[in-house]
Ligand binder design. Structure first.
Ligand code: MF3
Ligand code: CO
Ligand code: CO
Length: 290
């Protein structure tokens, strides 16, 4: 007996309309059993323009944080900068009240993997490494990016982790061509992390973005083979945002955090992350959050 493999037919061709070459290409992957995007994940030129404009503000926010961040500053002060700049530019910080998230950005220090919550009690100390993750909504369009900042002078180990995490994002970008799969990108990231003695977080991933904060596909950064996850085609907009751990890949919650947002490394080792929002084009990725 043949085992029937059920194909998820995400791609729909409107009835009575001629197939375009683009339709035919996606359909051939779909019939081969690959996970392909649903039609609505292909952004229109108007949507792309909106996301691009949102990205300009999001980059302005992170540039402001880059200028202002210093030892002795609290993470709540960072949050205030993010909130005010975003509002002053006619936009809204997406994290605020998102499924109960209490602030305008995420501030994740040292062993915090992601979703750190800004606080008046949290003071940046010399040697800390911090990820500031900002997402802007402008005219209904979302752009999402994060950067690492080193507070003053840190150890060579932390410097390396921050650098390699950035390289992981760059390696992922290079591997990410149209008509390849999410895991082709993830494999490039995983190889670079492992080569440097680090691990890739598995519980949190990148995501489609633009019309909403988190859309399909799930963009997993950990992979062991090519050809898995969703097919990436021109017109899709998504983030790549690898979280790279100095120790093991496992994460856990913070017992002291009633919101249950904060993610820590299970072993207490450091973690670093960089993120951009990308448009897939005919020749590869375009960064929308530069
Ligand atoms: N910006 C994060 C991401 O990259 C998501 C943060 S959700 C929040 O997907 F509610 F914590 F802000
Ligand atoms: Co983000
Ligand atoms: Co994101």
């Amino acid at each position: 007996m043949n085992k029937k493999v059920k194909i998820k037919r995400n791609w729909k061709v409107p009835k009575g309309q001629p197939l375009t070459a683009f339709d035919e290409k996606i359909l051939s992957f779909q019939e081969a059993g690959c996970l392909v995007p649903k039609n609505s994940l292909i952004k229109t030129p108007q949507q792309i323009e909106g996301i691009r404009r949102s990205g300009v503000i999001n980059t302005g926010v992170l540039d402001l944080v880059a200028r202002e961040i210093h030892p002795g500053m609290t993470t709540l002060e960072i949050d205030k900068l993010v909130y005010e700049y975003t509002k002053d530019h006619g936009a809204t910080p997406a994290p605020l009240n998102y499924y109960g998230f209490p602030n305008s950005c995420c501030t994740s220090i040292n062993d915090v993997v992601c979703h750190g919550i800004p606080s008046a009690d949290e003071v940046l100390e010399e040697g800390d490494i911090i990820n500031v993750d900002c997402t802007t909504i402008l005219d209904g369009y979302y752009a999402d990016a994060s950067r690492m900042f080193i507070i003053g002078k840190t150890t060579p180990e932390r410097e390396k982790l921050v650098r390699v995490a950035k390289e992981c994002l760059e390696e992922g970008m290079k591997a990410c061509k149209p008509w390849t799969f999410v895991s082709d990108m993830g494999l490039a990231i995983t190889r670079h992390a492992h080569k440097n003695g680090y691990t890739v977080v598995r519980e949190y991933c990148g995501h489609g973005v633009g019309n909403e904060f988190h859309e399909e596909p799930e963009v997993e950064h950990y992979a062991t083979r090519k050809g898995a996850g969703m097919l990436l085609v021109p017109g899709m907009v998504f983030t790549i945002e690898p979280m790279i751990n100095g120790g093991g890949w496992e994460t856990c919650g913070d017992e002291m955090d009633p919101t249950e947002w904060i993610a820590l490394t299970e072993d207490g080792e450091d973690s670093a992350q960089w993120e951009h929002t990308f448009l897939m084009t005919e020749d590869g990725l375009e960064i929308l959050t530069y």
